[in-house]
Design a protein around this ligand. Structure first.
Ligand code: UDP
Length: 373
């Protein structure tokens, strides 16, 4: 069984690394990374964290080209690579342009597509853009839909996906986190008596619509609470980086950090009292460390953490961000209620379920024999 794992961005590499390892442990299976180059330095950092090197690296798209042109480039690049590699299966993860391009190219070559982290929905095509559309499109063509949670599976059933094609596996990010948490020290030492607030911001909706408001909110919160320290973790996108450097660099009790290697980022999360973030992965990871997340978005496709009471969607309006953050940090009871260690997204064994589902798809008789043993 030759399995290509398509990845182009940091979260895809992090979330597929445990799947690569699980295929590697499976007799008769050969996992092959097909790296699209969509997010070069961040994805490379993630490969390094797991000690992996992609077997196939495609020429990345021109970052300044339009979204459609980048997608077209990725489709053509995957098509060529799949023609050479001729895998039995292509595994894609999540909802990036790489995910959609790899899925379309494989589908067009009649190679079955397994979609990991299937079924996430906000039901708003504008948020996140273009990911909401990309993941819904992949659900039309995947041979197997691996949902992280029961709710995601329900979204797929409601969209008309055949129930026998859906498996609830948990999110492989929990496997990745368990594998690397504790393997690096925190990049920051918090001054005794102070609490650390980690901040990450990278969503297109946020940098297109008033990133400065959110950066000002961070400074206002800092001015109102003398016991807080902030770690603002940069994203390499030049618009984001320049805005954050300009507004925050040199400010007291604010550290501006270059993108961190995954183990260091996990250590930072663990050392934090609170996370302000628009990241998807961070909403899944922080609850594993009992760190509350205030989500800087108007909506989330990961309501499980909100329902578990450990995350809250607070939007991107400056006044509300300041108010919600300060009131949570000043209310010990409300804070304790949110600072609980839970794992609504998985139990750390999702990657093995992905491999079992793949075997079942390709060879149901072999899968039955494995079950019988
Ligand atoms: N992450 C990392 N280093 C950082 C910031 C984030 O390794 O400096 C990890 C984080 O733990 C999570 C993933 O990157 O697993 C999230 O990536 P991102 O926020 O870029 O994408 P999203 O999850 O929103 O798609």
């Amino acid at each position: 069984m030759k399995v290509c794992l398509a990845a182009g961005t940091r979260p895809e590499v992090i979330k597929l690394a445990p799947v690569y390892e699980a295929f590697g442990r499976t007799q008769g299976a050969t996992p092959i990374w097909m790296f699209s180059g969509q997010q070069d330095s961040l994805a490379q950092q993630a490969f390094d964290a797991f000690g992996m090197t992609p077997e196939i690296s495609l020429p990345g798209p021109d970052g300044s080209a339009s979204l459609a042109a980048r997608l077209a480039h990725l489709i053509a690049a995957f098509d060529e690579a799949l023609a050479k590699a001729v895998p039995d299966l292509v595994v894609v993860q999540g909802d990036t342009s790489t995910t959609l391009a790899a899925a379309l190219s494989a589908f067009a070559r009649r190679i079955p597509v397994i979609h990991v982290e299937a079924g996430l929905r906000t039901f708003d095509l504008d948020a996140p853009f273009p990911e909401e559309a990309w993941r819904a499109m992949i659900s039309q063509i995947a041979a197997l839909h691996l949902a992280p949670t029961e709710r995601a599976a329900q979204n797929l059933r409601r969209a008309g996906v055949a129930p026998e094609r859906i498996h609830v596996t948990g999110n492989t990010v929990v496997d990745a986190l368990r594998r690397l948490a504790g393997s690096a020290p925190s990049p920051l030492t918090v001054t005794p008596g102070r609490r650390l607030v980690a901040v990450t911001l990278h969503r297109r909706e946020n940098w297109e619509q008033g990133l400065d408001k959110l950066l000002d909110a961070v400074l206002e919160i800092r001015d109102s609470a003398g016991d807080l320290e902030f770690a603002f973790v940069l994203h390499p996108n030049p618009v984001l980086r320049e805005a954050a450097e300009r507004r925050l660099r040199g400010e007291a009790r604010v550290s501006v950090l270059a993108p961190l290697a995954y183990p260091s980022f996990l250590a930072l999360l663990r050392a934090s009292a609170l996370v302000l973030s628009d990241s998807g992965g961070v909403q899944e990871e922080a609850p594993c460390f009992g760190v509350p997340v205030l989500v800087l978005r108007d909506t989330t496709e990961r309501p499980e953490a909100v329902e578990a009471g450990v995350a809250k969607v607070i939007g991107v309006e400056r006044r509300r961000v300041v108010m919600e953050t300060l009131s949570l940090l000043r209310d010990a009871k409300a804070y304790a209620a949110m600072a609980r260690t839970v794992s609504p997204f998985g139990d750390g064994r999702a990657a093995d379920r992905v491999v079992n589902a793949a075997i079942e798809l390709l060879d149901p008789r072999l899968a039955a024999a494995v079950r019988a043993v």
